[in-house]
Design a protein around this ligand. Structure first.
Ligand code: ZN
Length: 85
């Protein structure tokens, strides 16, 4: 299976590492409570179907967002997180 790195183009899936779901980081530790940080670190939506995920390309060491159907494993697209909405 080929994954599309937005910087290098299509590459073998073995060159990639799953980072996680894109999430908004809580406020600094003093302002956010333990429950908010626990939710950020350990709770994932884990949807079935199209999902936006953050991946690391181990060859160029760039992180990017990839949209993948978690039910079929079909890759629907990839983009640099800097350009993401
Ligand atoms: Zn790359």
């Amino acid at each position: 299976m080929l994954f599309p790195c937005p910087f290098c183009g299509p590459r073998d899936e073995t060159e990639f590492h799953y980072v996680g779901e894109p999430k908004a980081r809580p406020a600094p530790a003093e302002a956010a409570g333990e429950a908010e940080w626990a939710g950020y670190l350990y709770v994932n939506a884990n949807p079935k179907g199209p999902a936006r995920e953050i991946w690391l390309h181990l060859t160029c060491l760039e992180m990017f967002a990839m949209t993948r159907d978690t039910a079929t494993n079909a890759v629907l697209g990839s983009e640099s997180p800097r350009r993401a909405p």
